[in-house]
Design a protein around this ligand. Sequence first.
Ligand code: NAD
Ligand code: MG
Length: 385
Amino acid sequence: MISGSKKIAILGSTGSIGCSTLDVVRSCPERLEVVGITGHSNLELLRRQAEQFRPSVVVVSDESQVADFVLSNSPDISVLGGQDGIIALVTRDDVDIVVSAIVGSAGLRGTWAAIDAGKTIALANKETLVTAGPLVMQLASDRGVSILPVDSEHSAIFQALRGGRNAEVQRVILTASGGPFLNHSLEQLEHVTVDEALAHPTWNMGPKITVDSATMMNKALEIIEARWLFGLTVDKIDVVVHPQSIVHSMVEFCDGSVLAQMSPPDMKLPIQYALSYPQRWPGPAEKLDLTQNLQCEFIPPDYERFPALLLGREVAERGGTCGAVLNAANESAVAGFLGGRLEFTQIVSACRDVLNHHEYDPNPDLEQLIELDRWAREEILRWKP
Ligand code: NAD
Ligand code: MG
């Protein structure tokens, strides 16, 4: 017998994580109910999602497009716009869990409002923790809110951590696919194209995180995410390259035992775990087939070819304003690369420069971080090699 469904709001329902979340809902209709969805572009998809899932609220987060968004024969569905619409959705009494799946620091305000309102968070939007980790974790603690990871590595660590006590953890080991350029030389990296960077070997994701995987900035952001989410010092966070993306991460305990979480690369599983926690449910994610000749390689990362990893360690260690600056610089530099303004290797060089010359503050408040986010984006637009 299943008692009561969990009521969810999905921020960024039209994205890769948003669509996978709706796949999970489709396969567990008696356990999950969609109260609200939001989308910024691709409003045709948002409309189809609204028609299929009949949420109470649909938010068009790009304010300029709200007036054109009409749902026919749907007087029961409220259409709201902009950040105010997102905040109105996440603070509704009937929302239990907010799936935070907007890309970039654009997801921060909505996630913050949801935590402030006491909602459980299923967090895909790692940029929120990279930008404002200590403030976000403090708010969650003050409100008694659980932040449940959706990022596959952090979900794996979260699951493996149930195998021992926090004081018994020796280190966590984040796995990285290595992206499409794992075996490229430095020289080859200088000439890669946008199409090559968008062709990820194991994961199918939105464009920003796909480029982040190619530079390995994604792993840098994940080191910072793990730092704040699990309250670990940087010396307890390691990275290993695992091209098959089957072991999603590991925890090593003080006795030398290493617990890993394994499954084929399919985000539906970590999304569902965040929604089912503390239970497990049967679900739609692909299952591991051990009758196939399964390869599982583990390779140390190359910090020279992928210097983003060093940035990640440094920023996780220094904290303060560094995360907001690195994150925004990277978002802006990735947009510059996708738009043809920056070369691939310049993404990380530009981030390094902007980080180095920002005015560091070890204890910033939220408004300061939002202002630095704006500043770092502009610095990238001014950046010259
Ligand atoms: P995506 O680009 O596919 O989707 C992004 C969503 O955010 C869309 O719904 C879009 O409409 C919305 N959006 C974009 N800009 C917005 C803005 N300014 N304001 C409000 N909404 C906006 O991205 P994705 O791959 O689904 O990634 C979403 C988040 O999940 C990112 O933080 C990413 O790092 C994280 N994540 C993704 C994956 C994955 O497999 N895709 C895995 C782990 C973590
Ligand atoms: Mg990840």
